[in-house]
Design a protein around this ligand. Structure first.
Ligand SMILES: Cc1cc2nc3c(=O)[nH]c(=O)nc-3n(C[C@H](O)[C@H](O)[C@H](O)COP(=O)(O)OP(=O)(O)OC[C@H]3O[C@@H](n4cnc5c(N)ncnc54)[C@H](O)[C@@H]3O)c2cc1C
Length: 538
């Protein structure tokens, strides 16, 4: 086991992690430097694939206001959003966008140099910045990765997976890593920022790339951190409905925002049957409507008709989507696009405030792994990138205000030693078929804890998760990165199913056919590990 010490460690190289690393480096004196860890190559993340854009309530946008953005976000959030959080994030959006420009991030502008803004479902005005047409995440990632690479004070470990946190008495003292040569390393640090993104890969159909295995939720839970609203998985209504790949390509909501219609194979529209806002109804409603149409007709998909937008506009606004569809022989200016819902975003996560503080001292969480209360029960489109950047900015501001904690005598800490020992010792583990087990878990979550839920199917999913965990039979140390991912997926799946069973109502993206009503009292669900068991906190 190798040992190192850093002033701050950031786990994850999505937009939240990259920007946090840059801001922390900019704002603080760091005697031991910053370490950025990513289990893939720098840049590979959910962030890279974000298409539609990022919300910003810009001072120069006379049609918009913080009030209007707050109202739209609250409406989408199904009563679970936190007003103060939304207001703070909205109020700070203009400042953070202008700061991002200094790190080389750019957004699309018109011929007069003004930002061009688009609209997505459930937004009342045009307020979404985009970049490269429909490649917002890719453009932001490329710029931030470049800034990180040019920054000599930020050390980057690629192809390195964080496998456990060092915790003593609810204080974080670092993280244990496994690199691609199968070597373990302990990193001591009083400041660990979890920016590990989401968990779409827990589901059979997802828009998320293969790294979105929920590691940060599992690591934080194992460490005794409080997690919030773990039942709230957002299913995107329109993923390109072709099988074979590890994920499904997203057809951005912005396509519907610009006027595309949902229809059957003959072009008959159906959204008017489900909601007055039709295609622009909140995401959960559109996803459920599509699912109903598919089930009623016994079809594997519905269709999106974007032909009315005209070829010129489609190619200018949606070049990435047009190119991807072409690979499947679909000309989006002439053909209907086959689409179906897929797991897309996770509203729950490590309970934090807007500064990323978790219930464990020294452990911060930002981006999709966190649950600040912005999204509530259903995320408003393009609010997540905004949350990533505002919270990354704020965690650095906060650390600057309070100063980094004085280094402890890490090496002699008995609790840390006990955790490190688990990964130093050889273990005698039976080989398992990780790929097959992952696939079984994904199918279980899709059918059991998916778009429509009820007690019976969720209990059977829970039994199957327990069966898989028993068969896997790993508590701590595993044999490979893939095994660690499976370990984390199984833990996170259990947290989701337990939380979903516990919420006996339908709210936002959590839709129970056995409890169709929404309770009058609106409460977050909070869970924490206690004596090895999942405990609901009142
Ligand atoms: C296809 C698609 C389109 C989207 N479009 C939009 C959009 O238009 N607007 C919007 O606001 N949101 C959009 N979203 C959601 C948004 O992209 C994500 O919520 C956001 O990018 C999450 O950023 P993040 O930095 O928190 O995590 P990510 O970008 O997912 O980054 C997580 C990082 O953590 C690393 N990691 C994970 N586990 C470990 C570990 N154990 N050890 C080391 N490293 C680890 C990963 O390798 C990765 O680098 C979209 C999502 C998808 C999938």
């Amino acid at each position: 086991m190798k040992y190192s010490k850093f002033s701050a460690v950031i786990i994850g190289s999505g937009i939240a992690g990259l920007y946090a690393a840059l801001k922390i480096e900019q704002q603080l004196q760091l005697p031991n430097g910053v370490l950025l860890i990513t289990k893939s190559k720098l840049g590979e993340s959910n962030s890279y694939y974000a298409q539609g854009g990022m919300v910003a309530v810009l001072k120069e946008n006379e049609n918009d206001s913080v009030e209007s953005h707050v109202t739209d976000t609250i409406k989408a959030g199904a009563g679970l959003s936190e007003l103060d959080t939304i207001r703070f994030i909205s109020e700070n959006s203009d400042k953070v966008v202008k700061d991002l420009l200094k790190f080389g991030v750019e957004f699309d502008r018109d011929e007069n140099g003004k930002f061009t803004l688009t609209k997505e479902a459930a937004h009342s005005v045009r307020r979404i910045l985009h970049s490269g047409g429909d490649a917002t995440g890719r453009e932001m990632e490329i710029a931030l990765c470049q800034a990180v690479k040019e920054n000599k004070n930020i050390t980057v470990y690629e192809d390195t997976v964080a496998v456990d946190l060092l915790i003593d008495d609810e204080v974080c003292g670092g993280v244990i890593l496994l690199n691609s040569q199968d070597e373990y390393e302990t990193i001591y640090s009083n400041t660990v920022v979890m920016a590990t993104g989401g968990l779409g890969q827990l589901y059979q159909y997802t828009t998320n790339p293969k790294g979105a295995t929920g590691d940060g939720f599992a690591l934080s839970y194992r460490a005794g951190t409080v997690l919030q609203d773990m039942e709230f998985v957002q299913f995107h209504p329109t993923a390109l409905a072709f099988d074979g790949a590890e994920n499904r390509f997203l057809i951005s909501e912005a396509v519907r925002g610009e006027g595309a219609k949902l229809c059957d194979e003959f072009g008959m529209e159906f959204m008017f049957k489900y909601h007055e806002k039709k295609e622009l109804a909140p995401r959960d409603i559109v996803a459920r409507s599509i699912f109903c149409e598919m089930n009623n007709n016994g079809d594997p998909c519905v269709f999106l008709n974007a032909t009315g937008l005209g070829e010129e506009k489609l190619l200018k606004r949606f070049p990435t989507i047009a190119k991807k569809c072409k690979e499947y022989d679909i000309d989006i200016a002439q053909d209907l696009i086959p689409v179906a819902p897929a797991a897309h975003y996770f509203m729950g996560g490590v309970k934090t405030n807007i500064r990323g503080e978790s219930s464990i001292k020294g452990l911060y969480a930002i981006g999709e792994v966190s649950s600040t209360g912005l999204h509530g029960g259903n995320r408003l489109a393009s609010n997540s990138l905004l949350e990533c950047v505002v919270c990354a900015y704020e965690v650095a501001e906060y650390l600057k205000t309070v100063g980094l904690p004085v280094e402890e005598n890490f090496e002699n800490n008995q609790e840390f030693k006990a955790i490190i020992e688990k990964y130093s010792n050889d273990v005698d583990l039976k080989q398992v078929d990780v790929k097959a087990m992952k696939a079984e878990l994904q199918a279980t979550m899709w059918s059991g804890v998916g778009i429509f839920r009820n007690e019976q199917v969720m209990k059977s999913a829970q039994d199957n998760i327990a069966k898989l965990s028993k068969e896997f039979n790993r508590e701590d140390k595993c044999l490979s990165k893939d095994e660690y991912e499976l370990r984390n997926m199984l833990i996170t799946a259990e947290l989701i199913v337990r939380s979903a069973l516990n919420r006996k109502e339908s709210r936002g993206a959590h839709y129970r056919v056995d409890y169709l009503n929404t309770n009058e009292v609106c409460e977050h669900s909070l869970i924490v590990k206690n004596k090895g068991e999942i405990n609901f906190v009142k």
